[in-house]
Design a protein around this ligand. Structure first.
Ligand code: AMP
Length: 584
């Protein structure tokens, strides 16, 4: 079906978009100019945290509200830029006193508490590397990522610590410090963060870093093997800042709400760094999705720019367009979405429900920042991810394994989405996995692993993933991680995990399991396996459904053919089965 292009008229009282004309902005843009929009430390060097908070204080904007935190229970805490600067300095000093040095990895595992934001900025200020984890991860994904990332320090809450870390804590030789947030009585072998912060005076200066020194470590999932730790450097802040201006249209007077959790890259790049470098007021909501709560936040906090995700939008759609009309949302100027395909119906619905469309944009953990977007001043084609940001060259390419990619010029022809390397927030490696990093590049292109098409106007359209990775409710899930957890159960001989279409979450994780002799494939065991996976992996990653099979399709070399499991599940053609082991 053809969807009508949405053109927008600016209301008289609205800010002029930062990107007024796409072609002009692209032609005029340079990364040098984008660098010059930031300050750098007074004595030289660069630090994301300085650009995010301290420079605003240095320029007399310290009293401006930087972060408003809304608790699950209705409490509100406000932090000005000066407050954030002082608190993050205290946190940096806590680290320094603990001998946590530059380049050391500091992990966080907690809900959206103010301390998470302070820890992120404080870690960067100390020159250490911030590695946020999603608090709904189970103990297995937490341990695996901390092990892979050589964690020296963890900031968490007492209950998450007890449930997910304590049992194996002493098996991680590098993990020296566990800092706990919250007012529970002291827990053995841990440090109470509030007490430690109270001993510091907030005057510790920000570490002067080189632009290409490691700042952030974000874990992402691949088809096989362990998660990958994507390395980002301090210079990424240049892209965080510029893309926030262009793709999210951030102006200093904005009240901005990014609903993403900092445990995923969106929640850090656009839930911490970009809004702060752009000097806006950002809203942080501790609670999970709730349609009425969300509309009340948009109204009460007078949110002007809202960045959310397709799963949430679909949940709002389910409640209906009448609900938002009961709230005064007249301050809302710009709405954007990321993380998974935004169906055209959702764009058209938002136009009806809010009088303005959601602007889809595309990027991934490795790119560190938005690469393709729909813009405030430009027409929106529902279903399209938009066009590459100024400074970003994107193309559709075809390539045989190992061959040099060839650019596909013909419009609407599927191929792999590729980007020309060189933007500042590009990942600089997968930690301890140089070979895998190198494999992401060919013939001068970074290969994204996504399949897409480009139309004659230069708009990009998402087609699917080139690999077996699953996107469920916006969370990237590696099938191997789920299969490994299932295989730890004594009844499981083989496991194959795929994503199946789900109306709300985009995809849902589904597992196929072959049992060891002597086990009965019944409802009781299915429930037990679902529970086992949930306990190990956490609710965000565990399968929603498990089917039993006598055998799973494998290639002759022994690899489970997830592609075939999926084709069979969805009743699609099985494609090339020449490598299939006979009998499967
Ligand atoms: P992550 O690294 O977890 O941020 O996931 C990145 C992946 O999410 C991309 O490679 C895409 O597969 C998917 N993705 C992100 N944004 C979009 C979008 N706007 N439309 C379709 N897929 C998206």
């Amino acid at each position: 079906m053809e969807w009508e292009v949405i053109t927008k008229a600016r209301r008289g009282d609205e800010a002029v978009p930062n990107l007024e004309s796409y072609d002009k902005a692209r032609a005029e843009f340079s990364w040098e100019a984008a660098r010059a929009a930031l300050d750098g430390l007074p004595g030289g060097g660069l630090n994301i945290a300085y650009e995010a908070v301290d420079r605003h204080v240095a320029k007399g904007r310290g009293d401006k509200l930087a972060l408003r935190w809304l608790s699950k229970t209705g409490e509100r805490r406000d932090f000005t830029y000066a407050n954030l600067a002082a608190e993050s300095s205290r946190f940096a000093e806590v680290l320094r006193r603990l001998d946590v040095g530059q380049g050391h990895r500091v992990f966080s595992l907690m809900g959206r508490l103010p301390e998470l934001y302070i820890a992120a900025l404080g870690t960067l200020k100390n020159g250490s590397v911030f590695a946020p984890l999603f608090s709904a991860f189970g103990p297995d994904p937490v341990r695996q990522r901390m092990e892979l990332g050589d964690a020296t320090t963890l900031v968490t809450t007492p209950s998450l610590y007890r449930k997910k870390v304590k049992p194996w804590r002493h098996e991680l030789p590098d993990l020296r410090n566990v800092l706990l947030v919250g007012d529970e009585p002291p827990v053995e072998d841990t440090i109470d963060l509030a007490t430690a912060m109270a001993e510091c005076d907030g005057s510790m200066p920000c570490a002067a870093m080189e632009p290409d020194e490691m700042a952030l470590l974000h874990f992402t999932s691949g088809t096989t093997g362990k998660p990958k730790g994507a390395i980002h450097v301090h210079e990424a802040v240049v892209a965080h800042h510029a893309t926030g201006r262009f793709a999210l249209d951030l102006h200093p007077e904005d009240v901005f709400w990014c609903t993403a959790d900092p445990g995923w890259v969106t929640g850090t790049s656009y839930g911490i760094v970009s809004p702060l470098t752009n000097g806006v007021t950002m809203i942080v909501d501790e609670a999970e999705f709730d349609a009425e709560r969300w509309y009340a936040i948009l109204r009460d906090e007078k949110v002007t720019v809202w960045y959310t995700a397709p799963t949430a939008i679909r949940m709002l759609m389910k409640v209906g367009p009448e609900l938002p009309q009961q709230y005064d949302l007249s301050r809302l100027r710009f709405m954007a979405s990321v993380g998974e395909p935004l169906n055209p119906e959702a764009v058209v619905w938002s136009q009806e429900a809010f009088g303005r469309p959601f602007h889809d944009n595309w990027w991934q953990t490795e790119t560190g920042g938005i690469m393709i977007a729909n813009y405030a001043a430009e027409p929106v084609k529902p279903g399209s991810m938009g066009r590459p940001l100024p400074g970003i060259e994107a193309a559709i390419v075809t390539h045989d394994d190992g061959g040099a990619p060839e650019v596909v010029d013909a419009p609407m022809t599927p191929g792999e989405l590729a980007l020309r390397p060189g933007w500042p927030s590009m990942f600089r490696g997968y930690l301890h996995n140089e070979a895998r990093y190198r494999k992401s590049f060919a013939g001068g292109w970074y290969l994204t692993g996504d399949l897409a098409m480009r139309d004659a106007d230069g708009y990009f359209w998402f087609v699917g993933r080139a690999d077996d990775v699953i996107k469920s409710a916006g969370h990237l899930i590696g099938p191997f991680e789920v299969e490994s957890a299932l295989l730890e159960h004594p009844a499981v001989a083989e496991a194959g995990v795929i994503g199946v279409p789900d109306e709300m979450m985009g995809e849902a994780v589904k597992a196929f399991v072959a049992l060891k002799p002597g086990y009965e494939a019944d409802e009781k065991l299915r429930k037990e396996l679902l529970g086992h996976a949930r306990k190990r992996l956490g609710a965000a990653v565990a399968p929603r459904a498990i089917d039993f099979r006598d055998v799973l399709p494998r290639t002759r070399s022994g690899k489970i053919m997830r592609r075939l499991l999926k084709a069979r599940e969805l009743g699609l053609p099985e494609g090339d089965t020449s490598t299939l082991e006979s009998g499967a």
